[in-house]
Design a protein around this ligand. Structure first.
Ligand code: RAM
Length: 348
């Protein structure tokens, strides 16, 4: 069994059906809306928040952006979602520039690269737009706040411990990641390597490959991993796109039941693979809550309620009060493990 904390906020997601946040994939629609309804603070400027995921069409970001949309609208503001089709390092720059030109109150971004979006974000901030990263951070100097989904150590340990338990704590394993430059992925991979070294001497990490958060690429990389490493015992995929593609591959291959798979996935994408025995247990936080928290943080910055300094407090609707920690980080909570026993309780 997983040693993870089962979080109550995630339990709050039971029965939740997402209204997918869709405002098209074109330009940020940041037209001026009615003033005065953007919350407290100056009250002069209408609240207008642009969500910029790593890429569009990823159910994980559909869920987080739906949380953001609901929060922005609850505050009487205007929400938009824009983003590239592919999760490549500088593909987000043009959307940042557009949002800045349109004087968005805030940009809420999951960065594909810690630096590539830096100068565009700096320009946006110089023009008065607040910048909140969520899910995958930039270097800290490029944003006002980072909304962290769970502690990186907790995320790394959950996946390593989970896989170790499934493979009897020995044998060859591989990692199937997202984009090679993604800040979140690389932080987790580094911590997983450290955790393996420190506590699992008989597990050997033989390969790390990148599916770029693209379904087909991730599927093909899974096939290649199994071919290249005939003794592979397990795969960790810390990306919702990667784990779903790897599970799909394994589910119809001879490796089903022989090569273990864990990582970070959404219950709705992974349910059939848990039910058919391809996957025993995987992990995630609540992506909708993550988007909600990011939106409230962005609004609090835009309205001047907080500046993003350590100790600042703000209320994120029903999620309650949060405090800004060191390095401008706000922590959502702990990840949850999903398995046969509980997956039926979640709908995201
Ligand atoms: C993918 C993305 C995202 C990550 C989740 C777990 O959707 O890579 O950044 O946090 O998986």
């Amino acid at each position: 069994m997983s040693t993870l904390t089962r979080r109550s906020t995630l339990l709050g997601a039971i029965g939740l059906t997402f209204a997918i946040a869709v405002t098209g994939c074109g330009k940020a629609d940041t037209g001026e809306s009615d003033s005065g309804s953007g919350g407290s603070g100056s009250g002069e400027k209408a609240l207008n928040i642009v969500f910029l995921p790593k890429n569009l069409g990823n159910p994980y970001f559909d869920a987080s952006d739906a949380g953001g949309k609901a929060a922005v609208e609850a505050l009487g503001g205007k929400f938009s979602e824009v983003g590239p089709q592919t999760a490549s390092p500088d593909a987000q720059v043009q959307y940042i520039n557009t949002a800045a030109q349109q004087k968005a109150s805030a940009i809420v971004i999951s960065a594909n690269d810690p630096k590539a979006v830096g100068s565009a974000l700096t320009q946006a901030r110089d023009g008065g737009t607040k910048v909140v990263t969520f899910d995958s951070d930039t270097e800290p100097q490029y944003r006002d706040l980072f909304i962290n989904q769970a502690s990186p150590e907790g995320i790394a340990k959950a996946q390593v411990d989970g896989l170790a338990e499934q493979i009897g704590d020995k044998g060859e394993i591989a990692i199937l990641s997202a984009a090679a430059n993604a800040t979140n992925q690389n932080a987790w991979i580094k911590l997983m390597e450290e955790e393996l070294k420190a506590n699992h001497p008989d597990i050997k990490l033989v390969d790390t490959v990148y599916g770029n958060d693209d379904d087909q690429t991730s599927f093909d990389k899974t096939a290649a991993l199994l071919q290249t490493h005939p003794n592979l015992k397990g795969i960790i995929s810390p990306t919702t796109v990667g784990i779903a593609a790897a599970a799909r591959y394994l589910s119809t291959s001879e490796a089903k039941g022989k090569v273990a798979l864990t990582g970070l996935g959404t219950p709705n994408q992974m349910r059939s693979f848990v039910e058919d025995g391809t996957v025993t247990e995987f992990y995630l936080w609540n992506p909708t809550d993550l988007g909600t928290l990011a939106a409230y943080a962005a609004a609090a910055l835009a309205n001047g309620e907080i500046t993003g300094k350590e100790g600042d407090k703000f209320t994120a609707g029903d999620l309650g009060e949060y405090t800004v920690g060191a390095n401008g980080e706000v922590l959502l909570g702990e990840p949850t493990g999903f398995n046969k026993d509980n997956i039926g309780d979640f709908d995201f």
